[in-house]
Design a protein around this ligand. Structure first.
Ligand SMILES: C[S@@+](CC[C@H](N)C(=O)[O-])C[C@H]1O[C@@H](n2cnc3c(N)ncnc32)[C@H](O)[C@@H]1O
Length: 242
């Protein structure tokens, strides 16, 4: 198929021709439980969220950093955000304000059966961390897999790895290209590093996102502003198509 005829091809062509519809990206340093009540039912077309899984990953990465720092392993400060997963009230609000949902960590939460899981296959095996991550979705369509290696993720985020569980921008772009329509309003209740914000900017989607932790939020804003400023200087393909 001619690449220009795919959805990604059309969006990329529009963007490179300077015709990209500018999305409105609103990033807030606030508890998501404070922001969701402000919106009416079904306000957002799609929620793409990555809440704490309740597995203490932050503590685990902090300890691993101490024991492996000689091998160049990054040391992350301990933060308690992953000690408990969101409660039922969170999911009630999420399902109220959004028409469709993609929920990372879907295998950790008590969600209804679905036929459409989305899988991030991290390609390299034999690490102590999981070989991939699962997102539960509200879609009635086939399961899909995105292959993106830990190595690529690490290389592409070398300069701006700011969060211990940072997901790749390309992963969010893949989610948007395949599951959102032009003009959709997107919600992310747990921004972390804000990779989704850069992806939404790149593809012209409106986003409301929030992050409760001030330190992560401040780093995310710097990362976001740097990335979009770079993009205005070079073409998108120069920076991201590697
Ligand atoms: C799994 S991480 C998100 C990682 C993100 N997907 C990325 O690519 O960087 C979850 C984030 O949610 C934040 N968080 C936890 N509880 C929150 C809440 N009630 N409201 C907003 N953010 C919250 C944590 O500080 C943490 O940064």
């Amino acid at each position: 198929m001619n690449a220009g005829n795919t959805k990604e091809g059309r969006l990329t062509k529009q963007r490179n021709a300077g015709k990209r519809i500018k999305g409105m990206v609103e990033l807030l340093n606030i508890d998501c439980m404070e922001i969701m009540p402000r919106y009416s039912d079904n306000h957002f077309d799609l929620a793409i969220v990555d809440p704490p899984y309740g597995i203490n990953i932050s503590q685990d990465l902090h300890k691993r950093g101490i024991s492996c720092s000689k091998n160049g392993y990054r040391r992350w400060d301990f933060k308690a955000w992953d000690s408990c997963p969101p409660n039922d009230k969170y999911f009630d609000e999420l399902f109220r304000v959004s028409k469709n949902q993609i929920i990372w960590g879907g295998n950790y939460f008590d969600l209804p059966p679905t036929r459409c899981y989305l899988v991030w296959n991290k390609v390299q095996r034999k690490f102590s961390f999981a070989d991939g991550e699962l997102a539960w979705t509200s879609f009635d369509k086939s399961l899909r897999i995105f292959d993106y290696s830990r190595g690529s993720a690490l290389n592409n985020s070398k300069l701006d790895k700011i969060h211990p569980t940072q997901k790749p921008i390309k992963l969010y772009e893949w989610l948007l290209i395949n599951n959102a329509k032009t003009g959709d309003k997107i919600l992310d209740t747990h921004l972390g590093s804000g990779s989704i914000a850069i992806a939404c900017h790149n593809y012209g989607f409106d986003l409301v996102g929030c992050e409760i932790d001030k330190e992560y939020y401040d780093k995310m804003m710097i990362r976001y502003n740097n990335r979009i400023a770079q993009q205005d200087l070079f073409t998108y393909d120069d920076i991201y198509r590697n």
